[in-house]
Design a protein around this ligand. Structure first.
Ligand SMILES: Cc1ncc(C[n+]2csc(CCOP(=O)(O)OP(=O)(O)O)c2C)c(N)n1
Ligand SMILES: CC(=O)[C@@H](O)[C@H](O)COP(=O)(O)O
Ligand SMILES: [Mg+2]
Length: 625
């Protein structure tokens, strides 16, 4: 009989006997593998947190007690146990449930996450909120070892550690992995804690918290350690009661430990050790490959994709290696996104010039600034959405000092399955208002390579923003050529309507222009804008259109409008781009079409705005004439 079928919410789970939980975990794990193999998703992390999820919902009275999942990419078991099992086939797909916790999705999703390292702050806020309201509840932050490296996690520990009577629990899920192997001193420290694990247990709360067999071992070690000075853990120095490490796959350790912790007062820190990919041999062997796969056959495992088109990420990765060979001053920086940013080969070839700084976006930018002051030429490879984290560093540390840092912004625009949290919709707006910045958006792979070289050779801060996935299939010239800064290019000459397109919107604009006989300019530079080209197009056309895969408000189209206003030019102008709302997960092509950013949608918007007043302008348009 299926145990999983009997669980509609955690109240059902709490009715099970302890002895039923291990078979439940096995069933849940098998279900996860089957389900994620059909939808794609964050497999490795989810396989690693099956027991922890069961134990937390079993011991704590959720949703009254609050669990905040850091990143939230490991919440599939949580979703399944909190009534969303039937919705798993729609995971990360249009109109389906999100791959991350969302408050609108369930009362058990106490806090929306996806960008890492927010959980301790949020849980602390919840715990203090409950205290202020006079409510008795626990707040629990579950955070991975990778996410623990971010400054924000430490800011929260620093704040929480002095709240002596607060029922706050931080669970550190230590699987010794970020997406790629973890980096830095914290990782070394956690490894040290692991090796001296029972000293910590003996020294601290062994008597009160640890269950029988673990306690027995702890006692023996305590005996052995008598007379030795055992240092407090870093987490104790922060004011937490440190417990662990314990085996995060062993329900017989997890459940009694959590039950004991529930009775304790003050900030608690439980260190659990898990394995990423647990229970699925292929993922255990290669947790990076199975971190966030697409659909695959679980029996055969993931097969190499047969793509003919190069991705922008690959264009960047190849350029980085080529430019590093040409210029010894190049150094590459990633905040924990080696694979996603295309830096695997660079690391292999240029180990000494490769820096994975961990999940530390703010630091990555200022670290780049520091390197630049010494005459090095840092390239910070960072997803558009994650650069949001480092906005002040970008302004205060890089741009204000006009330092020579190149930003390779991957995942610009809509990203698909990860949805609104990961969409890079704002970079054009938030970068173009910063003095000294050069901001570029390539329309194809070859232009991307040239822009990377242009940004690299520009003696100041420059950003190149390119989308997730494959380009348009353009041939890539191997040379490391640069472009003229601030110069756009007319790609098609038509009549009356001029479309000024940015980056990924050039291709669909060219498609739209065919039906409208419009002129299309590949503007190339969001900043400095090709003002001369804007003026020329305004002089030669009756109607102006701007198109960008970024927020309309304050974006590249706004730059065009400002340039026109500056020149005193008044012309009908239509701004197309991403609307003032968050766009959920789904197939990127479908999402773009849903906001009118495919060729058909662009043409339709132009007809809707200008076609009725001047139908003679619209050729090949059967509907509007
Ligand atoms: C601010 C931020 N930077 C980068 C990422 C991308 N990212 C998602 S999961 C992950 C690794 C997290 O490691 P850990 O917290 O240990 O969880 P695990 O994947 O090991 O379960 C990274 C770098 C992110 N989600 N948020
Ligand atoms: C959870 C997270 O932030 C990453 O794992 C992200 O999902 C990766 O996205 P890409 O697949 O675009 O690299
Ligand atoms: Mg981890």
């Amino acid at each position: 009989m299926s145990l999983l079928n009997t669980i509609n919410d955690p109240a059902d789970l709490r009715k099970l006997q302890r002895s039923q939980l291990t078979p439940l975990a096995d069933e849940l794990r098998a279900y996860l593998l089957d389900s994620v193999s059909k939808t794609g998703g964050h497999l490795s992390s989810n396989l690693g947190t099956v027991e922890l999820t069961i134990a937390l919902h079993y011991v704590f009275n959720t949703p009254h007690d609050r669990i905040v999942w850091d990143v939230g990419h490991q919440t599939y078991s949580h979703k399944i146990l909190t009534g969303r099992r039937d919705q798993m086939p729609g995971l990360r797909q249009l109109n389906g449930i999100s791959g991350f916790p969302r408050r609108v999705e369930s009362e058990y999703d106490t806090f929306g996450t996806a960008h890492s390292s927010t959980s301790i702050s949020a849980a602390l806020g919840m715990a203090l909120g409950a205290k202020i309201k006079g409510e008795q509840r626990h707040a629990i932050a579950v955070i991975g070892d990778g996410s623990m490296t971010a400054g924000m996690a430490f800011e929260a520990l620093n704040n929480a550690g002095v709240e002596d009577d607060l029922p706050l629990l931080v669970v550190l899920n230590d699987n010794d992995m970020s997406i790629s192997p973890p980096v830095g001193a914290l990782n070394r420290y956690l490894a040290r804690l692991m090796s001296g694990q029972f000293y910590a247990a003996a020294r601290n709360v062994g008597r009160t918290v640890l269950p029988g067999p673990v306690l027995e071992l702890a006692r023996k070690l305590e005996e052995h350690a008598k007379g030795m000075v055992v240092p407090a853990t870093m987490f104790e120095e922060f004011g937490f009661n440190y417990i662990g490490p314990i085996d995060g796959h062993d329900l017989d350790s997890l459940i009694p430990t959590l039950e004991n912790i529930r009775k304790l007062k003050g900030p608690q820190f439980l260190h659990v050790v898990t394995k990423k990919g647990q229970g699925y041999k292929l993922a255990e062997a290669d947790p990076i490959l199975y971190h966030g796969p697409g659909k695959f056959n679980p029996t055969e495992g993931i097969k190499p994709a047969k793509s003919t088109k190069v991705t922008y990420t690959e264009v960047f990765g190849n350029w980085l290696c080529d430019m590093a060979a040409a210029d010894k001053r190049l150094v590459g920086i990633t905040p924990a996104m080696r694979e996603g940013s295309g830096m695997v080969r660079f690391e292999q070839l240029y180990k000494d010039r490769y820096f994975d700084v961990g999940i530390a976006e703010q630091h990555s930018v200022t670290f780049g600034a520091g390197l630049a002051t010494e005459g090095l030429k840092p390239v910070v490879a960072i997803y558009s959405t994650f650069l949001q984290r480092a906005y002040d560093q970008l302004i205060h540390d890089v741009a204000l000092q006009n330092l020579d840092v190149t930003f390779a912004l991957d995942r610009a625009g809509l990203v698909g399955a990860d949805g609104a949290t990961h969409a890079g919709n704002y970079d054009m707006a938030y970068l173009r208002c910063i003095p000294n910045m050069v901001v570029m958006a390539p329309s194809d792979e070859n232009e991307c390579r040239k822009m990377l070289s242009t940004g690299f050779h520009f003696n100041g801060p420059a950003a190149i923003r390119y989308p997730r996935g494959a380009g348009v299939g353009a041939a890539i010239e191997p040379a490391l050529e640069t472009l003229d800064i601030g110069k756009g290019l007319v790609r098609r000459t038509g009549k009356s309507i001029a479309i000024m397109a940015f980056g990924s919107m050039v291709a669909p604009s060219l498609g739209a222009a065919e039906t409208l006989n419009a002129t299309v300019a590949d503007m190339r530079f969001v900043k400095p804008l090709d003002v001369a080209l804007v003026r020329q197009l305004a002089a030669d056309h009756d109607y102006l259109v701007t198109v960008e895969e970024g927020c309309i408000m304050g974006g590249a189209g706004s730059a065009v409008a400002e340039a026109l206003a500056e020149a005193g030019i008044v012309k009908p102008i239509l701004h197309l781009g991403l609307p003032d709302k968050f766009i959920d997960h789904g197939d990127p092509g479908v999402l773009l079409a849903s906001v009118g950013l495919d060729a058909t949608g662009i043409a339709k918007s132009i007809r809707d705005r200008f076609g009725a007043s001047l139908p003679r302008l619209v050729v090949n348009n059967t509907s509007a004439a």
